[in-house]
Design a protein around this ligand. Structure first.
Ligand code: ADP
Ligand code: MG
Length: 688
């Protein structure tokens, strides 16, 4: 049969049912998917050094056959895996310290490509940074010819990267022959990038690393363009859909709130408020994100927006992701609103049926103007009299398409999203390209500073004594651990064990424990007792990350801090420093603390930490699959590809300005590809 890009891989030569199943696990179903299954790295075997000529001090790549191997303990107790390689020129020993498990992977008779530095240790020894099995024992294939760049593919059980490489290589010419250029010449012409078919060829069968990178960049541009097409289109649609609410500046409740506030707004808060007010008073619908680190004062900004709706005889709702946060918001708003004589309505899952019914009735007939609740607020049984503004706290739990769904609702209110997850500028375009963004960067003055210290395990006793002192002095403390229970595998002090140990150590203090395996009600209960000051020391896993505000908690000890990402550490640290006094965050590292933790200790600027985190871990974690709701990027890398992102954004805006739903014949292929890549966005490109 003839092969095209939609042919199931099962029908390709060399791929049977079993391999097709394995490919399916990699997300490869069709021949086109196989073509798009790109190498995640390359090994440069273009300059292979004969084993005999690998000199101490050099960085080399060598190819040789394994003639002996084994695991040897050293005097210092480290287990080293060693293998001796031979080629036509001679022999060389390779050593992998601490990687005895390789004994199960590497076999005598295999041909290996190894690359790394050559050291002197009882003779020459190559310490591979990378290695690749080129051929199994007894087989001749796979040994690279001179001048080869070896693509390494994401593999899976039953399908090695070598098998994938061979299969891709076998079908590459046929498949690239089917690739059509979908970029309009005007777009492609403005870029210094290869054509589509050439890009796939270069990515899969490069003649140099530079060529491979050029191919990847072209494919990354395509991916970013598809994504920007979706986001720019979503934003246009959201703006075009008019809710019919153009609020007027009555300066009634909003002015009274401003007069009643015990402190002036920060400049950032004022700017955000101007932007929000401009949106809300315009006839177009607001679709804005208020982005600011914990403690930058988003709540009061949101409250002004809510009062603007209320003084226009509309209702405003604030939705929080958990019951506890909803309660906390309700208490905060009640405090701020007390001078105005307004009491916010509260709607929570744990209220009695009668309470809920009464609250729903007040919302339905408009007696309640301002309501705080959980997602229960958007359930069908809840009808608003006239909802003018929906504020969504910690909005990152909602994906782009969920927000789009909200936008598409009948009598659509203005939408203000709040997020306490600062992200680098370069990501704002990919993550929030469909939103307008206001940023709070400066913290209000007069709040307690947070000092961060990095300590080692030897200082644990002193750290715990300090916790004890703080607590007996009227404070409270968090002790954060990365895992719930001790496990055989990792020698990590677990939350449960820690809580027990601390309770034994301090029998007179109430020690609480929260972790992700508790039922939400149990967790909320412990958190409530902590907030009320009954529980003095709270041992926790990362579940306390989200938005909890306990001013007298001024100490946080984080165990195994190296196990956390910097952004996550920052979120955790944001739980302290909520009161007036100074707070202390102590990172208790087991070994020598890595530089990244020291860098973290030096700054409290969330945006700066987000940049550090991005550089450290790549964007995979920041825009993890969990958070991106199917919009994750696979080829593009940020921030390295930021230039491509900007170019893609400009191209998308230009294309959509000329052809808003990409309905023209010359844009059809482009539209289909974009929708094929981000299927949930198909609705965005229906005509209209
Ligand atoms: P976020 O929601 O951004 O984490 P909050 O809105 O909870 O921050 O505000 C944090 C604290 O700062 C609250 O106690 C709030 O009352 C206070 N606050 C907000 N704005 C100001 C300001 N301009 N000056 C002083 N304190 C402020
Ligand atoms: Mg908040």
């Amino acid at each position: 049969m003839s092969v095209d890009l939609t042919t199931p891989v099962r029908f390709l030569k060399g791929i049977g049912d079993r391999r097709a199943e394995a490919f399916a696990r990699l997300g490869v179903h069709t021949a086109g998917d196989l073509l798009r299954h790109l190498p995640h790295r390359y090994l440069d075997a273009s300059t292979v050094t004969p084993l005999a000529r690998a000199k101490v001090g050099d960085e080399v790549a060598c190819v040789g056959r394994v003639i002996a191997k084994g695991v040897m303990p050293t005097r210092r107790g480290l287990r080293i895996f060693r293998a001796v390689l031979r080629d036509a020129s001679g022999m060389l020993e390779c050593a992998w310290p601490g990687q005895s498990f390789l004994d199960r992977t590497i076999e005598v008779g295999q041909t290996l490509l190894v690359s790394g530095p050559v050291r002197f240790y009882h003779g020459r020894q190559l310490v591979p940074r990378e290695f690749l099995v080129l051929a199994d024992a007894g087989s001749e294939d796979g040994a690279p010819e001179a001048g080869m760049i070896l693509p390494v593919y994401p593999a899976t059980e039953g399908l090695s990267h070598r098998q994938i490489r061979a299969l891709v290589d076998r079908h590459l010419d046929t498949l690239t022959g089917q690739v059509r250029e979908v970029l309009p010449p005007a777009v492609l012409g403005g870029l210094d990038l290869p054509g589509a078919a050439e890009a796939y060829r270069a990515a899969h069968r490069p003649r140099s690393l530079a060529e491979a990178e050029a191919g990847r960049r072209r494919l990354a541009f395509d991916e970013l363009l598809d994504q920007q097409l979706m986001l720019v289109r979503a934003r246009t649609l959201a703006k075009r859909q008019r809710a019919g609410v153009a609020f007027t500046l009555r300066k009634d409740l909003t002015s009274r709130l401003r007069a009643a506030l015990p402190w002036p707004l920060t400049d950032d808060q004022k700017r955000a408020l101007r932007e929000i007010t401009a949106d809300m008073t315009a006839p177009e619908r607001m679709h804005r994100l208020l982005l600011g680190d914990v403690g930058t004062g988003k709540t009061v900004v949101a409250l002004f927006a809510m009062l603007l709706a209320v003084e226009n005889d509309f209702q405003a709702a604030l939705m929080a992701p958990t019951e506890l946060l909803a309660e906390q918001h309700a208490a905060t708003l009640a405090g701020l609103l007390a001078p105005l004589g307004i009491l916010p309505e509260v709607l929570l899952g744990r209220q009695s049926a009668a309470e809920k019914k009464a609250a729903r009735a007040r919302l339905a007939d408009g007696r309640s103007r301002l309501v705080v609740g959980t997602h229960a607020l958007f359930q069908e049984s809840v009808a608003f009299h006239r909802l003018g503004l929906a504020v969504i706290d910690e909005q990152h739990r909602f994906g782009v398409e969920q927000r789009a769904a909200l936008v598409g609702k009948g009598s659509a209110p203005d939408v203000l999203l709040l997020s306490a997850t600062p992200i680098p500028r370069s990501l704002a375009l990919t993550r929030y390209g469909d939103l307008d963004v206001s940023i709070l960067r400066e913290r209000p003055p007069g709040r307690g500073a947070i000092r961060t210290a990095v300590r080692t395990a030897g200082q644990r006793e002193r750290v715990l004594d300090f916790v004890r002192e703080t607590v007996t002095g009227g404070g409270q403390a968090y002790v954060v651990l990365p895992v719930i229970e001790e496990s055989e595998k990792a020698d990590l002090r677990a939350a449960t064990t820690m809580a027990e140990a601390l309770q034994v150590r301090w029998p007179d203090l109430a020690v609480g424990l929260v972790h992700g395996r508790l039922k939400p009600e149990e967790r909320d209960d412990v958190m409530r007792r902590f907030r009320a000051g009954e529980v003095k020391v709270l041992v926790a896993t990362t579940v306390i990350e989200v938005g909890i505000d306990v001013p007298s908690a001024t100490v946080m000890v984080i165990e195994h801090p190296e196990r956390f990402g910097l952004a996550q550490l920052h979120q955790l640290r944001g739980r302290i420093g909520r009161g007036a006094g100074e707070s202390h965050c102590i990172l208790l590292s087991d070994g020598r603390p890595p530089d990244r933790l020291r860098a973290f200790a030096r700054t409290t600027d969330g945006f700066e930490i987000a940049e550090l985190d991005l550089r450290e871990r790549g964007m995979g974690d920041l825009i993890g699959a969990r958070q991106s709701g199917g919009w994750e990027l696979r080829v593009a890398r940020l921030p390295e590809d930021e230039d491509l992102l900007q170019a893609a954004h400009r191209a998308a805006a230009g294309l959509l300005a000329a052809d808003p739903a990409l309905q023209r014949a010359e844009h059809r292929a482009l539209r289909e590809r974009a929708v094929g890549r981000f299927p949930r966005a198909v609705d965005l490109f229906r005509t209209g």
